[in-house]
Design a protein around this ligand. Structure first.
Ligand code: SF4
Length: 228
């Protein structure tokens, strides 16, 4: 794992940093859903936590509207804990697994207690119901500006397509990316690659002809239908 941005970069590290910047430039004008979603939840750590939980297996525009309905009804853990699960489920429908998420949201609100303080550590977040490593890393980056890399399906797929990582699990890919990028890039990797995955490097039929990395991507001609 790289510990300092002043460490001399290997050619692979320099290439990855350059490629990430090229992707960022290509995606910005396309206004991917993730940009609007992350802008909409940048307020309190509690709102970020709940929105990240809602976003699992759900498209960003659907999550954004569900979170708005829920927070219009109850905007603190104390108020939200007073809603019953059925009411929370009704408010967040149609996000994926809305019944399970409603149960987790209520349990989280009770866990956070009267002060409603969201834990600012990986271990603390992982102890909350329904919060896995990817979600915890995303909350740490968005709510507490911590250098973390949240590996979701987009980050996992694209990192492997580009040859940045070869790991078979999100945890393995996270470790490889931490070794490849300087810390200052870590928290940006998720947003850039999610936007890239929503617009150009899509799961199926990626738009390689429109990709700034098409001349150097090892998967440019083979990933048309695969989910590699
Ligand atoms: S060339 Fe195609 S597969 Fe490679 S990163 Fe670009 S869009 Fe994805």
């Amino acid at each position: 794992m790289r510990s300092s941005s002043t460490t001399r970069r290997s050619p692979a590290e320099s290439r990855a940093v350059r490629q990430l910047a090229a992707v960022r430039r290509a995606v910005a004008p396309l206004s991917p859903p993730v940009s609007s979603f992350e802008a909409s939840i940048r307020s309190t750590p509690f709102r970020i936590l709940v929105s990240v939980l809602l976003s699992a297996r759900t498209q960003d525009p659907v999550t954004e509207k569900a979170a708005a309905r829920l927070f219009a009804k109850a905007d603190t853990p104390g108020k939200m804990a007073l809603l019953d699960e059925t009411e929370i489920a009704r408010l967040i429908f149609p996000v994926g697994f809305y019944r399970t998420k409603a149960r987790h949201i209520r349990a989280i609100c009770r866990e956070l207690g009267a002060r409603g303080r969201v834990p600012p550590t990986l271990d603390g977040l992982l102890r909350l119901p329904g919060i896995g490593r990817k979600s915890a890393n995303l909350v740490l980056a968005l709510a507490f500006s911590r250098p973390t890399i949240a590996v979701d399906t987009h980050v996992f797929r694209i990192s492997r397509r580009l040859g940045w990582a070869g790991g078979r699990t999100p945890a393995e890919v996270e470790k490889e990316l931490q070794g490849l990028f300087p810390r200052r890039n870590w928290s940006g990797v998720n947003q850039v690659l999610v936007g890239f995955g929503q617009t150009i490097c899509r799961p199926v039929r990626p738009k390689c002809a429109e990709c700034p990395l098409r001349k150097e991507c090892p998967s440019a001609s083979v990933s048309v239908t695969s989910n590699k």
